[in-house]
Design a binder for this molecule. Structure first.
Ligand code: HPA
Length: 273
């Protein structure tokens, strides 16, 4: 089996041969939020399936493309579509793209996701800056031998989400007469949505939102010394807070509604970063 560094090297060689891609900022876009890729100037696109060792996205609403280019004068690389543990991938595979983005040159990462609101004050369509997370996935991408060239054995997680970037995002929102929520994201393994009892547990444990992604990527990003900004789009009230059943269609629909607001905010955040 190839070791992780060899996989990173082969993927980076391939990407750099296909396109001039020297990004400073990376973006990982969650369900339905891939639209941002359409705003990239000089966009160069590589389908995931052509990149050596890249996993493949299997979920509806998650296209599989790496897009490189500029936004507001900043060089960025964007993952349009991400990988989830519930698809059957190992945590190391789900996070290999983050290692690859780091090797391409990024030192800041914006991660977005769709999440269920656990905080009873949250409404569908709210955008939440992730202040911290609770890893309830029972997995960690750093399990196994540690390569100190990639990061340290026991990485500090006391500021997993950059306070500087959170403040910056709040300032941008204020200018746009918008207000972000700020709260704790709990990552669950999925793919089943939570039960009402699990949502009550999440609330008691201090979560404001629940989802099925992001945490593995953020752990690897921090291991790699990348500064992270996380944004959750509250696409539904979590189970038990609503009468009706949860559906993926509802999640996609809510992401669709919030898109214009989301785009405007993220564009200016990138500009200010
Ligand atoms: N739970 C878990 N993941 C989600 C949810 C939810 O309610 N909504 C969107 N992703």
């Amino acid at each position: 089996m190839k070791d992780i560094k060899q996989k990173i090297q082969e993927a980076v060689l391939f990407i750099e041969k296909e396109m001039d891609c020297r990004p400073e900022i990376g973006l990982i876009l969650g369900s339905g939020l891939g639209i941002l890729a359409d705003l990239i100037e000089n966009a160069k696109v590589i389908p995931y399936e052509s990149i050596p060792h890249f996993p493949m996205s299997t979920v509806e609403g998650h296209a599989g493309e790496l897009v490189c280019g500029q936004i507001k004068g900043k060089s960025i690389v964007m993952m349009k579509g991400r990988f989830h543990l519930y698809e059957g991938y190992e945590a190391q595979d789900v996070t290999l793209p983050v290692r690859i983005l780091k090797a391409l040159g990024i030192n800041r990462l914006i991660v977005t996701n769709a999440a269920g609101g656990v905080n009873t004050n949250y409404e569908v369509g709210d955008l939440m800056l992730i202040s911290d997370h609770i890893n309830n996935m029972g997995r960690n991408p750093l399990i196994g031998p540690n390569d100190t060239e990639l990061g340290e054995r026991f990485p500090d997680m006391s500021e997993a989400y950059s306070k500087r970037l959170i403040q910056l995002a709040h300032r941008v929102a204020e200018k746009q007469k918008f207000s972000f929520r700020e709260g704790v994201y709990m990552g669950n393994l999925g793919p089943a949505y939570e039960t009402p009892a699990e949502v009550r547990m999440a609330r008691i444990m201090g979560a404001d939102a629940v989802g099925m992604s992001t945490i593995p990527e953020v752990i690897v990003a921090r291991h790699a010394g990348i500064e992270v900004l996380g944004i959750s789009c509250i696409t539904n009230k979590a189970a038990g807070l609503l009468e009706q059943a949860l559906s993926h269609d509802e999640v996609m629909e809510a992401a669709e509604q919030v898109k214009p607001k989301f785009l405007k905010l993220v564009l200016e955040i990138i500009e200010e970063m």
